[in-house]
Write a protein that binds this ligand. Structure first.
Ligand SMILES: [Zn+2]
Length: 321
């Protein structure tokens, strides 16, 4: 039976999703890894996946496509840029997979881009022809699908919505080395920071915040009528709505999906985000829907499986020239 793998590649573990070629999710397995740079490490991974397949009455030769999503840039031609926090030898990794799963086409996809593809394949964007999935979590990332195809960029940096400059007067540096990026205000960390700063400015005691990305406490405070929490969420929606309006000027998607950890509070901030987007967007683009992503942390797994499958299908299609 034909099987498709979608694999989240992380720093200390990988998460393997097993799918049918039609996009039906069958099962997933987390595999703890060492640094993915040696034959030994590769063999441990492919061996664990083979055992996982056996539980589903499948063998290595049943795998027809295998997508690997990574937390770093992947260019349009599939080449990887530098991936922070993950030790990975991509060439060795691919070679080991090709040897272990000889029938499989193999693809690397950036995780935010993979999430967008996953939502198009089997999630909330199913049936849409153009869609931008914005993951609002520790950082802010986006995956852009236009005319049914991923826009990864010549250098793998397409969809880096979190690093669109929204405040040229910012003096605090962003993780990317620049200043005033969207991520500094609209990420989980940004929301918490804005909240704490506003409390300090107004000389009011903030609610207990457990960690730097604890937006749950901020949204809870908002529900209790906390003015500083309201301000932090307004800032987040204002900058996010602004950047979405700018994305619309370039790619004009029919649908925006908000994913990532902060999407848990989507119902709370959606009306405000809608209002800000409409205020900034060019009139025709205001028809875009803004909804919540549906596949959660499985989205990238789905999307990387889909991309590997697409590559397989396209390479099989005979050329018309
Ligand atoms: Zn930045």
């Amino acid at each position: 039976m034909d099987m498709v793998l979608g694999i989240d590649v992380g720093g200390t573990s990988i998460k393997v999703g097993l799918f049918t070629p039609e996009g039906k999710f069958l099962d997933e397995r987390k595999i703890t890894t060492t640094e993915l740079v040696s034959e030994q490490a590769f063999a441990a991974v492919t061996g664990a996946i083979t055992a996982f397949l056996a539980e589903h009455d499948a063998g290595p030769e049943d795998v027809i496509a295998c997508g690997l999503d990574v937390p770093g840039p992947v260019a349009d031609d599939g080449t990887l840029g530098i991936i922070a926090n993950v030790e990975l030898d991509p060439k060795g990794f691919v070679a080991a997979f090709k040897a272990a799963f000889p029938q499989a086409s193999i693809a690397f996809v950036n995780d935010a881009n993979a999430a967008a593809l996953g939502e198009m394949w089997a999630g909330a964007a199913k049936g849409a022809n153009s869609c931008v999935v914005i993951a609002v979590g520790t950082g802010v990332g986006a995956g852009i699908v236009a005319n049914g195809r991923l826009v990864a960029g010549a250098f793998g940096a397409a969809g880096e919505a979190g690093h669109v400059t929204v405040n040229r007067d910012e003096t605090r540096q962003c993780g990317c080395g620049r200043y005033g990026c969207l991520e500094q205000y609209a990420s989980a960390q940004g929301i918490v920071r804005t909240y704490l700063e506003e409390c300090e400015r107004r000389c009011v005691k903030p609610v207990d915040v457990e960690h730097a990305t604890d937006t749950l406490s901020v949204f809870r405070a908002l529900a209790d009528g906390d003015e500083c929490a309201k301000y932090a969420v307004e800032v987040m929606c204002d900058y996010l709505g602004l950047v979405m309006s700018q994305i619309s000027c370039i790619v004009d998607p029919e649908l925006y999906l908000i994913g990532g950890g902060v999407a848990g509070a989507f119902d709370t901030f959606a009306p405000m985000l809608r209002e800000r987007f409409d205020a900034y967007a060019l009139k025709p683009s205001r028809a875009a829907r803004i909804e919540v992503a549906s596949l959660g942390n499985q989205a990238a797994m789905y999307g990387s499986a889909y991309e590997a499958l697409r590559i397989r299908r396209e390479s099989r299609t005979p050329s018309l020239e």
